[in-house]
Design a protein around this ligand. Sequence first.
Ligand code: DAH
Length: 426
Amino acid sequence: MDASGKFCYFNVPPKIHIEILGQRFPTDDFSNITPAIISKTASQLHLKHSHPLSTLRELIESAYPDFTHASSVSPLVTPFKNFDELSFPLDHPGRAVTDSYYANRDMMLRTHTSAHEVEMFRKGETKWLLTADVYRRDEIDASHYPIFHQVEGARIFDADGNGLKEVEEDNERLSKVLASANIVIEDVPHISPTNPVQFDHDPVFSELVAKNLKLSLNNLMLKIFGGVAGISKDRPLRVRWIEAYFPFTSPSFEVEVFFQGKWLEILGCGVVRQATLNTASVPNKIGWAFGLGLERIAMVLYSIPDIRLFWSEDSRFLSQFEQGKINVFQPYSKHPSCFKDVSFWLSPNCALHENDFCDVVRDTAGDLVEDVKRIDHFVHPKTKRTSLCYRINYRSMDRSLSNEEVNHVQSQVVTRLKERFAVEIR
Ligand code: DAH
């Protein structure tokens, strides 16, 4: 990008169109989806038989047997759907081209499954789960990948006496299940001055809905973690609730689970903003929603050490899993790392965000890169020019890399940096 927020691809003729999932989009100054990303948009790992993400999706779905389960929805959405319909402010950082992937100004890859809330509610769905791939521009390391998977869940009730009765009955049913389970819950108030009821909600109803959300998700945590963690009366599952903020819910919460000695962030959730339901033409409803990331949970459940492994086609990875079964992953030999540094002066006319650097690396080297670290940042006292140095850790998950191969890839990275961002190599 240059200082005005535009990409500057030097010497590279601008592409007029890009094609994603069989659709063509005219490019503009927002277009930033790289071929490496496009090539993965049809993968649907959450539906791939025997894949850990597919088993985890089914496990979550089994906790909601009477909900609609959607799982093949195109990742292409308008920014309006991804952000505006959910009350994201215009200056929200998630909208920036440095953070999200855009086909052009009018079409993007969803950054979260919440992008489908309005459409699901508008279709008349009142209890549903939706599992899908989501896309965010990010750094490169063992727990970040620009594509990951989320499950969105929601339930809405009639905002009248019948709805109230339905929530109360469901709360009673869920409380009974939890009362006899090996679970300890650290709670926060359903509603508080810092986590307020919406002005257009009846506080009693909103509180019951928040309680229903918590009961339902505590049960989900038991379903996911109760079986495998050696949970017993003496060692109950520990779940903690934390106040949170999301533009499209109030009150809002995050859920953490104590697993293998650490608190693990699992999901965000809350009472759906009435504006969202009004936009979906169901103004007489009230309800909750949650969104949860699958990779992070699967990594701890299966002891999968690197997020890139989910994308592996290697049979030494894939053959270890069976649909419906959670087992500990046996790592095959770790191949050696090969570190390469690149230092350069930035062009005064062309900004380079860290995520731009990482996308150049990903687009050139694919999953051969384990992580990228900036190891130096220096501004020349006289010329005021900025110099950066990045260290790229090349390591394949599947095979040993030769120094020649890595040198070749590294020189392509350097060439692309020069072409696209006019950097001067030091
Ligand atoms: N979409 C949020 C994210 O990706 C997670 C989330 C938070 C989903 C609150 C929800 C919700 O449905 O109510 O970080």
